[in-house]
Structures are given as C-alpha cells and as structure tokens.
Design a protein around this ligand. Structure first.
Ligand SMILES: Nc1ncnc2c1ncn2[C@@H]1O[C@H](COP(=O)(O)OP(=O)(O)OP(=O)(O)O)[C@@H](O)[C@H]1O
Ligand SMILES: [Mg+2]
Length: 212
C-alpha cells in the first residue's frame, strides 16, 4: 500500500486531508486556511475529485443509485484518477511553483482506500498512476470512530436518511490508518474538540514550514 509518488520540488507546500465522510476534514481545513492567511501565506484551496468529475454522469449516477451498481466502481475511479493526474500536474504543481501552500480536501489516498476496500488491491494501475501524482509534504488522516463519523454526516439535514454501508466504512477506517502509516501520513484524532485537533494540526504544519 506504499505509493511511489512524485516529490514536490517547488517552493510551495502541499498539505492534504483524508478520512471518513464526516470526520472533520472541511472543518479543520477552514481553521488552517484562516491561520495561514492571517500569517501572511498565500493559500490555494482545492478538493478532489474536482467539479469536472462531480458533475459527470458516472459520478452522479453512482452517488444517486442506492445499490451503486449501475457502473463498475473502477470506471468511476479511473475517471477520478484521470482528474487527479490532470489536477496534480496542471493545477497543483503550477500553484506550488508560484509558492502557494496548496491544501487539498481529499487526495489520491482516498481513491486508494476506496479501491482496496472494494477488493481491487491488486489492480496495478492504481500504483502506476500514483507515480504521476505529487506526494504531499504533509498528509493528514483525520480519525474518528465509524459511529461518530456517521452521526456527524446524519446531522446534515440533506444526509439524514442517506444509505451508509457500515461494513465499507469500517474497512475504510482501518485502511486510512494503515495507508497513513505506510506513506508517512499524520493521523489526528478528531474525537477531541475542534480546537484541540487544530492545535495538533498546526503544530505539525508549523514544524514543516520552519524546516524548509
Ligand atoms: N472535532 C470535532 N468535534 C465535534 N464535531 C466536529 C468536529 N469536527 C467536525 N465536527 C462536526 O462534524 C460535522 C462534519 O464535519 P466536516 O464537514 O468538517 O467533515 P468532512 O470530513 O469534511 O465530511 P465530508 O467528507 O462529508 O465532506 C460537522 O457538523 C462539524 O461541525
Ligand atoms: Mg467536507
């Protein structure tokens, strides 16, 4: 599960956030962007997959279909992979070259976890494509229990009745932790208060920025 990725050789830094739906990625990113900007850093915030994929027929059909079986999951994943290659090499790298701190809400590790959880661990294209994607300077994996993640997702009025595959979420939970360990990621528990989590994240980010 260790990915060989491209080293970032530019002046900017890439920070990514992965973890279960509802684990607190967007919340922590908001705090981090605010802190970085108020400390004089140029920040470029982005998410994966991009709107190009989110608005595609495959993505929308997949998300809207209760059984999720209209498309092979790999068809969706390959579309996301294409998007990630484009995004890494034409958007993220450009911003890194210009000295931005790029923050990505989800990253290739999310793709990896989702494919492995669905039984595609031996599809070699996953590892080949990773070689064309920029390795984050800091990859955060936010960790909560599956029950708490589901509770947080269900708090959103539009998702209160969303079907959630519990077994899949359990697999993803464990995979995110092993992917973090094998790829030098930082696991942060978001069972603690937002502020406590953010202080932990900030500690790592400041250390990275001071280490250049
Ligand atoms: N540390 C925390 N403690 C308690 N609640 C939290 C914490 N972090 C986030 N939340 C709450 O959990 C919910 C989900 O948070 P958020 O939207 O940041 O998650 P996410 O990982 O971005 O989810 P998604 O993957 O669905 O985009 C929100 O209601 C948020 O207020
Ligand atoms: Mg989010």
């Amino acid at each position: 599960m260790k990915l060989e990725m491209q080293q970032n050789e530019f002046e900017g830094k890439l920070i990514t956030f992965c973890g279960l739906d509802g684990c607190g990625k967007t919340t922590q990113i908001r705090h981090l962007v605010e802190w970085l900007e108020s400390n004089g850093h140029k920040v470029y915030l982005t998410k994966q997959p991009s709107d190009f994929v989110r608005n595609s027929e495959i993505f929308r059909t997949y998300m809207d279909s209760p059984t999720h079986d209209a498309f092979d999951y790999r068809a969706l994943s390959l579309l996301c992979a294409s998007d990630r290659v484009q995004h890494s090499n034409r958007v993220i790298s450009q911003k890194l070259k210009e000295g931005y701190i790029v923050i990505s809400d989800r990253y290739y590790y999310s793709c990896l976890a989702n494919l492995i959880a669905r039984g595609f661990k031996d599809d070699m294209w996953i590892y080949e494509i990773a070689k064309s994607i920029c390795k984050p300077d800091m990859a955060f994996f936010l960790n909560v229990t599956v029950d708490e993640a589901i509770r947080r997702v269900r708090k959103r009025p539009e998702e209160k009745d969303r079907y959630i595959d519990l077994e899949l979420q359990k697999k993803l939970h464990d995979l995110y932790i092993s992917i973090a360990r094998e790829n030098g990621g930082v696991v942060v528990s978001t069972l603690m208060s937002e502020d406590t989590c953010f202080n932990r994240i900030l500690f790592e980010v400041e250390r990275m920025l001071n280490n250049k």
